[in-house]
Design a protein around this ligand. Structure first.
Ligand code: SF4
Length: 473
């Protein structure tokens, strides 16, 4: 029977989470020409910049109000006013996001009031300036990302007349990689649906090398598009925990129907996404996407003899873990341990419902850390772990392979370009998981796995694979 556990320990050991402002900063990078001011100490800007630069391998420009001991005592208003002025004078951005930090929230700076005063005194600065409350004690990086989207949904879209639509569908992808956004664009192009991404950092955080360097990175959703998003025919949030609330804001304020879906990883979840597009637009799934689906199914069949029955541990952001858990089950594996750092009982309940639907026993853990996962893996070994780079130390200790998915991937290159969503993302995952397991476990001879001598976790290689026959699927 599956169990749900919330960590009550007062300390995190080997945490998987990042701090809240990084989420708001990341999502703001998806707005063309936008700049973020981090209202806090210099470290509150440096840490997220380093984290993002190591994952995306791009220069990450974020301004800081650089609070010190003096401003901590007397308040950071003067620094924020000066930062807004400097950023405007030097960059002329299309939008400014001010994210708060543990420090500025604890001081009690009234950031919306400071912004209002700045705009009153500087009427020439005619751009949206939004503030997002992101002290890290209210949540994790996903909280910051989600709050930014909610703020955009509340502040930017303009009122539209009833029935006046732009024919587009708001797509709120949540915390994904640039490669995932490109894959979603591919699906939407094939479905002949015009998307409006909230937001789109496919190019701003995975750009090319240009000489001279452009003033702002190419790509991103424009402020005008965000203002027009109230005229879209529907909103689809592809992560319940990041963007689901923003979709509800569009519904409530602008009567844009909201569809909150599971992250489209694997067969069933991608089917759901495409079926929703059909429901909204009346357009059928084209032959090309049906072929991609058939190829993913074929890839799962081709590899089932090496994956079926293997136990997996998955950690990371709530929606990512939810999507991956369903997908590895489609591959015949057992998502034995699933873990997130987010303090979300709703996620725990969703995972419990998923485990019952799939008929698999899971240990479901939230608001917890890798120490907890490590403990459980020692008592009950798994064949593979899926998660980001922070899992490297426990997988090295346990001599279990780590499939790198999520954020941050700082010890490998190019993972931000890879997609895990859509049928093609599923094919990538099938290959990556299977090949990693095979590399760890042994050699393939005539389609049969000859296990290495020191392999201590059983690998199922029976069925069609064990007779050396050609199970080509
Ligand atoms: S003080 Fe808070 S906001 Fe700043 S880096 Fe630390 S956790 Fe993040």
């Amino acid at each position: 029977m599956s169990t749900v556990m919330k960590q009550e320990r007062a300390v995190a050991i080997n945490p998987t989470r990042s701090c809240a402002p990084i989420g708001a900063m990341l999502s703001a990078f998806g707005v063309h020409g936008a700049l973020t001011i981090n209202h806090g100490s210099q470290g509150c800007a440096s840490y997220p910049r380093h984290q993002m630069a190591r994952h995306f391998r791009e220069p990450i420009e974020v301004a800081t109000t650089s609070l010190t001991e003096k401003t901590t005592v007397y308040g950071g208003k003067e620094n924020l006013i000066a930062a807004l002025r400097n950023v405007w004078d030097r960059f002329h951005p299309t939008m400014i996001t001010v994210c708060s930090t543990c420090l500025s929230e604890t001081i009690g700076d009234d950031i919306p009031a400071i912004i209002e005063e700045f705009q009153d005194n500087n009427p020439e600065v005619e751009i949206p300036i939004i503030s997002v409350k992101t002290p890290s004690y209210i949540g994790t990086h996903i909280t910051g990302f989600d709050l930014f989207l909610k703020e955009v949904a509340m502040r930017l879209p303009v009122k539209s007349r009833k029935g006046d639509t732009n024919g587009k569908v708001n797509i709120i992808p949540g915390w994904v990689n640039p490669g995932d956004i490109r894959e979603l664009k591919h699906l939407l192009r094939e479905m002949d649906v015009q998307p409006l991404f909230l937001t789109d950092y496919a190019d701003t955080l995975d750009g090319g090398y240009y000489n001279p360097r452009p003033h702002f990175p190419q790509g991103g959703t424009t402020v005008e598009e965000l203002q027009d998003s109230s005229r879209s025919v529907a909103s689809i949030a592809l992560q319940k925990h990041i963007g689901g609330e923003a979709a509800k804001v569009y519904k409530k304020r602008h009567n844009v129907p909201a569809h909150i879906l599971p992250m489209p990883i694997g067969l069933a979840n991608t089917d759901t996404f495409l079926a929703t597009l059909t429901e909204i637009t009346g357009k059928e799934v084209p032959l090309e996407l049906q072929r991609e689906r058939a190829r993913l199914l074929d890839a799962i069949v081709d590899t089932h003899m090496f994956n079926t029955g293997l136990k997996v541990a998955i950690f990371g952001d709530p929606d990512l873990v939810h999507g991956l858990a369903r997908f590895v089950t489609e591959m015949g594996m057992i998502p034995r341990f699933v873990l997130t750092a987010a303090d979300s009982k709703a996620w725990g309940d969703d995972m419990l419902a998923l485990s019952e639907e799939l008929g698999v026993e899971m240990d479901i853990m939230y608001k917890t850390d890798l120490h907890e996962l490590h403990k459980r893996m020692k008592a009950e070994p798994v064949s593979v772990v899926i998660g980001h780079s922070k899992g490297k130390f426990l997988t090295d200790d346990e001599k279990v392979p780590l499939i790198r998915v999520g954020f941050p991937i700082e010890d490998r290159f190019g993972y931000h370009r890879r997609a895990v969503v859509g049928y093609r993302g599923g094919m990538y995952l099938v290959d990556e998981i299977t090949n990693t397991i095979l590399t760890q476990r042994g050699n393939i001879v005539s389609n049969t796995l000859m296990e290495l001598e020191d392999a201590d976790t059983p690998v199922m290689n029976g069925g069609c694979g064990s007779n050396g026959g050609g199970c080509g699927g």
